[in-house]
Ligand binder design. Structure first.
Ligand code: UDP
Length: 381
């Protein structure tokens, strides 16, 4: 099976990391076309997955763009569509991994007469997308896609709510190689190295963006004992520089300078997860899946997450972690306090979560499901 993958991003987000894992088993028979250059291209090259960057001008349509802004970008879209359609003749299937990839993949699939698969990593709700973008995504998926892979039941439900056809969808959770999250480092020593010896460390691993809610953790910290510190791992990927400035300002205003560290983007998160006593996920809008939640579980670390979207499917509160109301500072501070005061209980819950995550979200589960579904799509085309 020869697959042409499409992804709009040059940056490394959750959808791109998932695509790396999906494309790996096909690396001898696939090509990933990107519509922007950046670190993602380098990561694919390191992984020996064939990659080609098709655009030298970025597509300026954003998740909240309206119809007119969409129409204004046709000049950038058209040459990419033509290139993709030409390349697609050599492949059995087009696999669109992002929304702009769906737009381009849909037209290319029509021209090249190849089946189209859309991997939906987003919640198509008003919190994340403009009405025009939601309508465009479901219309194109309904009309052109043979299969829509939703990364959670929440993502699937939002697709259907927005007008998407239920019978096109299959839910496939992200898969992970547990070996990558097997913590080898001596976490005490690493804690020492980064000046956090004797501290209770709450880790936040995510791109810096208002809806990822880093500010909620800062506020919760003010309600915790001084020994509770926070590390933020991740960077602004999509131009949220203003939010980054606000976060740094907030640290000073709340008197947290000695209790907060920013580490920027890390290629490997597991070594830093290893130093954390708790990992917090604080998204204020529903998370489509929440890779970091599963990664924290695989590292054997207790995790508290916002109870919305895919996160609800990953954690059973009190059994495999804690779920708190999105944006509720007090509830988050209370969950931190439980882990701080009851480390044994937190560890038991973390071990239970680790065991469950190793089975439920094993890379082989995802690989097998994707291979089966893609074979079906090709057989029925
Ligand atoms: N991540 C990373 N380095 C960082 C911060 C985050 O590699 O410095 C990874 C993180 O481990 C996770 C992904 O980025 O695998 C983010 O995926 P998630 O589903 O949590 O959120 P998204 O970015 O897709 O909204």
């Amino acid at each position: 099976m020869k697959i042409l993958f499409l992804d709009q991003s040059g940056q490394i987000g959750g959808a791109e990391l998932c695509l790396v894992d999906i494309a790996k088993p096909f690396r001898d028979n696939c090509l990933i076309c990107l519509f922007a250059d950046g670190p993602f291209r380098k990561l694919l090259e390191q992984q020996k997955i064939p990659v080609r960057v098709l655009a030298n001008r970025s597509i300026r349509v954003r998740k909240q763009s309206n119809l007119m802004q969409g129409i204004g970008s046709i000049g950038v879209f058209t040459p990419i569509v033509a290139k993709v359609a030409e390349i697609a003749w050599e492949y059995d299937l087009i696999y669109a991994n992002t929304q702009k990839a769906l737009v381009i993949g849909a037209i290319a699939s029509l021209v090249a007469r190849r089946p189209l698969v859309y991997h939906l990593h987003d919640i198509l709700s008003a919190e994340h997308f403009s009405a025009a973008n939601r309508r465009l995504a479901v219309t194109l998926a309904n009309r052109f896609a043979s299969l829509v892979i939703a990364n959670s039941k929440a993502t699937q439900a939002a697709f259907i709510e927005a007008g998407g056809q239920f019978d096109l969808t299959e839910v496939v959770y992200n898969g992970f190689d547990p070996a990558i999250y097997q913590i080898q480092t001596n976490s005490l020593k690493t804690k020492q190295n980064i000046g956090l010896e004797g501290q209770f460390v709450v880790g936040h691993f995510s791109r810096l963006s208002p809806w990822k809610g880093q500010h909620i953790l800062l506020e919760a910290l003010t309600r915790c004992p001084d020994k509770v510190t926070a590390i933020f791992v991740g960077d602004a990927l999509f131009g949220e520089k203003r939010y980054v400035e606000q976060l740094h300002q907030k640290v000073v205003e709340l008197g947290l300078s000695k209790r907060v560290q920013f580490f920027g983007f890390r290629g490997e998160v597991a070594p830093l997860m290893a130093v954390c006593d708790l990992i917090a996920h604080t998204s204020t809008a529903p998370e489509p899946f929440g890779r970091v939640i599963v990664e924290a579980m695989l590292c054997g670390r207790p995790v508290v997450a916002s109870a919305a979207g895919g996160a609800i499917e990953l954690i059973e509160t009190g059994k495999t972690g804690w779920l708190v109301e999105p944006g509720n500072v007090e509830e988050l501070a209370d969950a931190i306090a439980i882990c701080y005061q009851h480390p044994m209980l937190a560890q038991i819950i973390a071990q239970h979560a680790q065991k469950q995550a190793r089975e439920r979200f094993h890379i082989s589960v995802m690989e097998q499901k994707i291979a089966r579904l893609l074979n079906l799509v090709i057989d029925f085309h």
